[in-house]
Design a protein around this ligand. Structure first.
Ligand code: ADP
Length: 294
């Protein structure tokens, strides 16, 4: 069993030649909408890998019902998603210029109202040894803390994607097995100790969590546990859009751990999923192949 505690956003992407300056108006080429947010993206990636993740999240009544329906159609269990009539859904406004670069504004909306009580309620009776609870940091820190402690108290494994880096109780981070971060998040956590060079050593963060997975973009991933450390290379693939690579990686990692795979095997499959995600536009993944859905 995999439970994902995280955000759901209504993503509005505008494709345009260049962004307007202050007070300026420009024409965009197209508007695309999608269900996004790290919680939704990672739950969808886990479902893509064959898991049936339980998503605990909060949405508004505006886009909420449609977003939940779409996630359910992807294989995500959505009964634990709360519908809040008093706030708008989380929204991300994304501009994508022709060179593929994006700039993003996130308005948390309903995600900011997710409570520790509803996380505990949603997880009650659903976890046991071998279960995995996955959280990211686009929801309130006390909700993340509740998820971590519920995992610990039921013998489940807690996987934390500390994205973005928020001030989280070190005791909560210490429960992470693994802590998953990309290089900029690792740099923020380490306080730029390494003259600003992007960190490549997962072991540098091992004192903070039970195990650490550091994603290295096209460079793959570095892993450190109390027993050993290793790296996994990424396959060389044509890049269309790197949005969502980290979400695909983390969702598949958690799905494999929940199946009982060892960390080594889970990271190998996560690396393949990250490489698959960069070959398609947006945070989506290509249709599952026989190799990815087992
Ligand atoms: P984020 O998306 O959070 O910035 P990364 O850029 O580190 O995180 O990407 C996460 C994972 O996605 C990497 O560990 C790797 O497996 C895969 N990945 C990312 N970029 C590429 C790429 N250009 N080629 C192949 N795999 C990639």
């Amino acid at each position: 069993r995999l439970a994902v505690v995280g955000s759901v956003n209504h993503d509005v992407s505008v494709l345009l030649a260049r962004r307007p300056g202050t007070g300026e108006t420009v024409f965009g080429r197209r508007v695309l909408t999608a269900v996004g947010g790290k919680g939704a993206n990672q739950a969808r990636a886990a479902a893509w890998a064959g898991a049936r993740p339980l998503l605990l999240a909060r949405v508004g009544e505006d886009h909420g019902p449609a977003m939940v329906e779409e996630l359910a159609s992807c294989g995500v269990e959505t009964a634990g998603v709360a519908h809040d009539p008093s706030v708008p859904s989380g929204t991300a406004v994304i501009t994508v210029t022709d060179d593929g670069e994006n700039a993003v504004i996130v308005v948390p909306g309903a995600n900011a109202e997710l409570t520790p009580q509803e996380v505990l309620e949603g997880l009650r009776g659903r976890l046991g040894a071998g279960s995995v609870v996955l959280a990211q940091a686009e929801v309130p820190t006390d909700a993340i803390g509740a998820a971590a402690r519920a995992a610990r108290d039921s013998g489940a494994r807690f996987v934390l994607n500390l994205a973005p880096v928020v001030p989280l109780d070190p005791e909560v981070i210490a429960l992470a097995d693994p802590l998953v971060v990309n290089q900029s998040e690792a740099a923020a956590l380490l306080g730029d100790a390494d003259d600003g060079a992007p960190p490549t050593d997962a072991g540098a963060l091992l004192g903070r969590a039970r195990s650490v997975v550091l994603t290295l973009g096209a460079g793959g991933a570095a892993v450190a546990t109390a027993q050993e450390a290793w790296t996994v290379a990424s396959p060389r693939v044509p890049v269309v859009d790197t949005t969502g690579a980290g979400d695909a990686f983390t969702g598949v990692l958690a799905a494999r751990l929940a199946e009982g795979c060892p960390l080594r095997r889970a990271v190998d499959d996560a690396t393949l999923a990250g490489a698959a995600a960069v070959q398609v536009r947006g945070a989506a993944l290509p249709p599952p192949s026989a190799e990815t859905r087992r």
